[in-house]
Write a protein that binds this ligand. Sequence first.
Ligand SMILES: [Mg+2]
Length: 189
Amino acid sequence: MNDTSTISTILLDRDGVINFDSPDYILTASQWQAIPGSLKAIARAKQAGFQTALISNQSALGRGMISQTTFDAIHAAMMLAIHQQHGSLDVVMYCPHAPDAGCLCRKPLPGMIQQALEQLDATASTTVMIGDSLRDVQAAIAAGVRPILVQSGYGDAEAILTKARALDASIAVYPDLITAMNALLDSKG
Ligand SMILES: [Mg+2]
């Protein structure tokens, strides 16, 4: 397994990592349900002194499937749930654009990761990106950040892993965020 003892910044995808994802998108606050252990994992990251940022594609906004008001309410509920577990996110970034908008932020492009690193004054070489999809892995690699794959999304986890390994043969893979976080904390010692 890769040496992660020098990692100081953790970037997190949202859907399929912090909360259960759905092929029908997360369109209401009640559809936002934390994956067991994920909020505790974010709290542990904070307690251990990691910087954290959310890096999330939210094309439901650009597709007109959800209003900004409802989206903001979902994020407010998410932040409250994180805070109630004594966690926090230092930076929250999301791409609101539809896939055909031609933006530079939507993963697999590295735009959001690069912006988050700038805001955090963090270095790519000491940063990991934890995601459940191939786009997360691609964006991480494009930004020079180490990808970590979790298999708590709704997609075909084994197919995603096969494709991810084609991009990074030694990619670390865990069932979920809490397991990935515990491994990072163990390596930090
Ligand atoms: Mg995801």
